[in-house]
Design a protein around this ligand. Structure first.
Ligand SMILES: [Fe+2]
Length: 417
């Protein structure tokens, strides 16, 4: 029989764990409680084996780190956090970011934050698998009163406890500099963000200053440490990640606003998108971009013609050439399913384009005229909605629900594998 002492056990656990070993976490349960705010999981490029954890505190931490262990295990991996503190809207946000690596696919983990002798509780962390998954998609949540966002999110999460991550398609807040709006938005999904990762999309409202001028989206960029796109000077502006059988691409449609800070977003992004898709071998390709691909007529403004927006003109050919199955947009605060399009017209071999609706209290009642390519339109005037996305190797299903959980649309795509 091999005798194992504590020193040998620690070394063995460190090798198995892949992080660096911090000792058995259960020994420290009597330690002082650490209070953190806005604790959140952010999607990572490889969701089956990694995760980004971020949080903020009222005052600086000395040795911030994250402990991760398989559920019901005592083998703990420790990951140091970096100080990602930033200043915006007149406030210094003490914030920390840890990149969790070397996880096993399809596994249930637990994690907690610690600093010296003080710890938070443990929270769930589940890695993705090759099996069917479900994600929640929320359109613009920008609001005057974030209770409305809170209600639609509450219904969506209660009815979909099996959702493995969630996306907001941009205009997360109404004013991107307003620290109180960010706090209100985070507060409404604070329990969910601890448990499942969030994939953000930047909208134009993330680029607005307190006095409603254009500014660099400092808060958005700092709050969400999304996967590195490898493009100098465009860090966190656009990115991609894999989840199950799907490859997701998140794009930035704010070239008008942000040209003054970094020019050539359209061409830079197109080049990156082509390279990114060359490396991709997933069955399903799904893109998100805040501004819509179509241009709508506006009721009462007959001079504005129906057609395609500059997002559509620039990126629909890319999406279709690169074999994207579905593209989700937002910005217009109305749900419209346009079916599958190719070469700017209906085509059953084309890409599915969904304009996702709204999930806040900013409503554009009776503003948009219908577009000839609209197939399904949410009941008018618009009220809040959310979507589910379910994907496995053969099937992709999108469902749209109103804020009370009633379903108004369903689209199913299939592939022969
Ligand atoms: Fe917008």
């Amino acid at each position: 029989m091999i005798k194992i002492n504590r020193r040998t056990f620690i070394k063995a656990a460190a090798v198995i764990g892949g992080g660096f070993f911090a000792g058995c976490g259960f020994e420290k349960n009597s330690a002082e409680k650490l209070n953190v705010e806005n604790l959140r999981q952010i999607i990572s490029a490889g969701s089956s084996n990694s995760r980004c954890i971020m949080w903020r505190t009222d005052s600086p931490l000395k040795n911030p780190a994250v402990e991760v262990k398989l559920k019901n295990s005592s083998n703990v991996m420790k990951f140091s956090a970096i100080d990602s503190t930033f200043t915006d809207d007149g406030e210094e946000i003490f914030q920390y970011t840890a990149n969790i690596k070397n996880l096993s696919p399809d596994s249930n983990y637990e994690y907690r934050i610690f600093d010296g002798e003080s710890f938070t509780d443990f929270f769930e962390l589940k890695t993705s698998s090759d099996k069917k998954f479900k994600a929640l998609i929320f359109p613009d949540s920008q609001s005057a009163d974030y209770d409305v966002w809170g209600e639609v999110a509450k219904t969506a999460f209660e009815k979909n406890p099996d959702a493995e991550f969630f996306i907001n398609v941009g205009d997360i807040v109404d004013n991107g500099e307003d620290k109180n709006q960010w706090r209100a938005w985070f507060e409404k999904v604070s329990e969910q963000m601890k448990k499942i990762p969030f994939a953000p999309v930047m909208g134009n409202h993330e680029t607005y200053s307190r006095d409603w001028q254009i500014r660099f989206p400092t808060a958005y960029i700092n709050y969400f440490a999304v996967p590195d796109n490898g493009v100098e000077n465009f860090s966190r502006r656009f990115y991609s990640f894999d989840f199950g059988a799907a490859h997701f691409v998140i794009l930035d449609s704010q070239w008008d606003e942000l040209e003054q800070f970094q020019p050539n977003l359209i061409e830079t992004q197109k080049n990156w998108l082509r390279e990114d898709m060359q490396k991709n071998s997933k069955t399903w390709n799904i893109a998100f971009i805040h501004r819509d691909v179509l241009q709508y007529r506006i009721n009462g403004r007959p001079e504005r013609q129906e057609g395609f927006s500059d997002v559509g003109v620039n990126f629909m050919p890319e999406f279709e050439n690169l074999n994207f199955d579905a593209v989700f947009t937002a910005h217009l605060h109305t749900y419209r399913n346009r079916g599958r399009l190719k070469n700017f017209r209906e085509d059953e071999t084309g890409t599915l384009y969904i304009l996702t609706g709204l999930a806040g209290d900013v409503r554009y009642s009776n503003l948009w005229a219908d577009h000839a390519l609209d197939k399904v339109i949410a009941p008018q005037p618009e009220i809040d909605n959310y979507l589910t996305l379910e994907v496995d190797e053969k099937n992709l299903s999108v469902k749209c629900f109103l804020h009370d959980g009633s379903q108004i649309d369903e689209i199913n795509l299939t592939k022969e594998v």
